[in-house]
Structures are given as structure tokens and as C-alpha cells.
Design a protein around this ligand. Structure first.
Ligand SMILES: [Zn+2]
Ligand SMILES: [Zn+2]
Length: 392
């Protein structure tokens, strides 16, 4: 659950992933992906104010599709698409009459459909905002936009600060299985169950509104069957070319259903399926807090015929360490930093930053505790890393 308040200290006049309060004074807006905790303040009147004041919101083409659908906006509204790895130059004013120029690049974030990281460049300032992200450390050298060419070598760009998704900067989540490993477990169990009886069906209990689409695509490809999804998600998904072939709104055409609400015990879209023919698979990280995440999957202790699979859309602690050490930025700002976890998060960041590879920078400032940045309303419950529906 993001606690980032939207303003980037080094870049006044722009707002990212928060569209309320002081952010409304910004001249340019960016949305990294369509999860509720990154969309605070997005509503019809916000989009009307963009038109009124001739301001723009920038996001990926897929996020634009989701926004148009969610807010019933016209195609010709003040949302501009940013295409992956294609720099755009934006001119904007902070005060009336002044003129600022910023270069922005969007980079795939591997979190949910349309999720991107933003690389902002203004004069000598280079800022990476990750939004929510999960990137396999082995793939880091493939992120071309985050590298500069030096002779024949590609070197990581020197970033002033990374605004980082620190959801799992927590020793409980040092290791998380890759999504591929999790999908294989889900595929194996689904295949086994469907083979046992032609009447059998699988219910995927995916709690996040967006985020399980990689799972849908891979499972659908491996089983050669479509996934039945809720109608309003179908309306969005069928506009997304990669997803469209793998989903359906015809409940009778497939035994795989991601159409039910959390904790439902029966299949609401089909009355011909008996309870004993239903296997529930729950891809989630929430259930794995304090457990051995190397197990990837296990049967639920309390719910019958329920198979829990560790499935994460956020980077693990080890992956975050690798990311920070690879780019070795001057500073890191934790974007998920609930008040009661703040000290632990900064301690871990300090440890990682002090061990980072580039010790040749003599003047590199010692990483120190920065001002906290949290949303009071979101930090009152115990499991503050998670929203109720694990949908961040
Ligand atoms: Zn269904
Ligand atoms: Zn998210």
C-alpha cells in the first residue's frame, strides 16, 4: 500500500500517483498504474479540471484504456499516452510565465497491465520513480532506458534518487518465488484437478482488481482454455491485445473461473456445478507472512479444497537489494513506509546503501533518515503492508 504523497522533492510542479490536496496545484500529472492506492483523487471533477486549466495526465496506453472505461471519459480527453522506452519532452509552468522542460521515459514495471516506472530528467537531476514493480534481477541489464553507452559497454545510469516500491522491504519476504514458478504450480494443480472428472472446475480467487493478468495469460496458454472473468473486467481486457485471446465472458465455455468474489464457496456464474467439483486456488502473498515462501504452494489448513499459492506482484527483499545495488543511486526514498515500520525500513535501506558497490564516490553522502512520508489514514491497522484485498 503506497504511502507516497505524490510530490517529488527535486521536481516541483509535477505530481505522481496522487491527485488530491497540494498535488492539485501541480502542472503535470503522472499515473504509474491503475491500483486504487495510486489513484487517490482521480475522479470526474479531476479530469474536468485538467480540461479547464489545460493540464495533462500522462500514463501508459493500457492505463488510459482502463481510465477511459472506469470514468466513462471520451477518447479525446486530457490523458496523454507515453509509449515504453520512448522519451517525451514536456514543457510546463510552475508559476505563471516561467518555463520548465522535463524529459520523461516510461519503463515496464512488471507489476500489472500497463504498469510503468518513470524516469524523469531535468538538467542534471535524474529521478527514477518505480511505482509498484517486480523485475527479476537477471533482467536489469535489459532495461536499456536505464543505461548509458560507454564505448561498447552499457552502464547503469547514475540516479540522484529512486522513489522505490518498498512493499516487501521486510525480512519476512527475503525470498519470493518468481511468478513463473507460481504459475507452474497453479498449472500443475489445475491440470490434475480437471483430469480427475470432466465436471470439475477451478475457481481462481484473485483478490486484486488488476494484477493477475500474467497468470491468466500463462495459464490459458498452457491449458489451451480461456479464463472466465467478471463482465466489467472483460469490457476492459478485450481492448488489450495481449489479454483478449485468453479471457471470456461466456461462463459455460470454460472450467476455469476468476469471476467470483473473494471467499465465495460456490460458482455464481454456473448453477450446474456441485460444490464437490470445485477446487479453489488462491494466488496471494498475504497468506504467506511468517511462512516458508520457498514452498510456493500448500493446502489451506482451514478451508476445504483450497490451495494457496505464493504469488507476488512486488519485488522481494532480495530483489530490492539487487536493484538498489545494481543502480547504486545517491539516495532512495521508500514509497511504502507505514509509520510503525519506518525505522526498520530505514535501517534496511541504510545497510543496503552502505554495502552498495560504488564506494569510489568519495563525497557520497551517508544515507540518513529522511523526513517520513505517510498517509495517516492508511497506517492504523496491523498488516499495514497490505490493503484489505491485497490489491496494491
Ligand atoms: Zn465464472
Ligand atoms: Zn499496485
Amino acid at each position: 500500500m503506497s504511502t507516497f504523497l505524490g510530490l517529488i522533492e527535486e521536481l516541483p510542479g509535477i505530481s505522481v500517483d496522487s491527485f488530491e490536496g497540494k498535488n492539485l496545484d501541480s502542472s503535470v500529472f503522472f499515473l504509474s498504474h491503475c491500483h486504487a492506492d495510486h489513484m487517490n483523487g482521480l475522479n470526474i471533477s479531476f479530469f474536468e479540471s485538467l480540461e479547464k486549466y489545460n493540464k495533462y495526465l500522462y500514463c501508459s496506453p493500457i492505463s488510459k484504456i482502463i481510465l477511459l472505461n472506469k470514468f466513462s471519459l471520451k477518447e479525446k480527453c486530457n490523458i496523454k499516452e507515453i509509449y515504453m522506452d520512448t522519451p517525451i519532452i514536456i514543457e510546463y509552468e510552475i508559476k505563471r510565465g516561467d518555463n520548465h522542460v522535463i524529459s520523461v521515459l516510461s519503463i515496464p514495471a512488471g507489476h500489472c497491465p500497463g504498469s510503468v516506472m518513470f524516469l524523469f530528467e531535468k538538467h542534471t537531476i535524474l529521478i527514477l520513480y518505480t511505482g509498484d514493480f517486480r523485475i527479476n534481477p537477471e533482467d536489469l541489464p535489459k532495461l536499456r532506458s536505464l543505461h548509458v553507452k560507454q564505448g561498447l559497454r552499457l552502464l547503469p545510469k547514475k540516479l540522484n534518487r529512486i522513489y522505490l516500491d518498498t512493499t516487501f522491504l521486510n525480512p519476512h519476504f527475503s525470498y519470493l518465488p518468481s511468478r513463473k514458478e507460481s504459475v507452474i504450480k497453479i498449472y500443475q494443480m489445475t491440470n490434475e484437478w480437471l483430469d480427475q472428472d470432466p465436471r470439475n472446475v477451478v475457481m481462481l480467487e484473485c483478490s486484486a482488481l488488476f494484477g493477475s493478468e500474467f497468470l491468466y495469460m500463462e495459464l490459458s496458454k498452457s491449458l489451451n482454455k480461456k479464463i472466465h472473468v467478471k463482465d466489467y473486467l472483460y469490457d476492459i481486457y478485450h481492448n488489450i491485445a495481449e489479454l483478449a485471446p485468453h479471457i471470456t465472458n461466456d461462463s459455460n465455455s470454460t472450467p476455469i473461473h476468476a469471476c467470483t468474489n473473494k471467499s465465495a464457496r460456490s460458482l455464481k456464474c454456473r448453477y450446474d456445478v456441485n460444490k464437490e467439483n470445485i477446487l479453489i486456488i488462491v494466488p496471494s502473498v498475504l497468506k504467506w507472512q511468517g511462512k516458508d515462501t520457498t514452498k510456493i504452494a500448500e493446502w489451506d489448513e482451514h478451508r476445504e479444497k483450497t490451495y494457496n499459492v505464493c504469488y507476488s506482484m512486488h519485488s522481494s527483499l532480495n530483489e530490492l537489494k539487487a536493484f538498489i545495488q545494481y543502480f547504486d543511486p545517491i539516495d532512495v526514498f521508500p514509497c511504502v513506509c507505514p509509520r510503525d515500520q519506518e525505522q526498520q525500513i530505514y535501517d534496511i535501506l541504510n545497510e543496503i546503501m552502505n554495502k552498495s558497490s560504488n564506494q569510489t564516490l568519495k563525497n557520497k553522502p551517508k544515507y540518513k533518515l529522511r523526513l517520513p512520508c505517510y498517509k495517516i489514514s492508511n497506517v492504523t491497522t496491523k498488516n499495514v503492508y497490505f490493503s484489505d484485498d491485497d490489491s496494491c
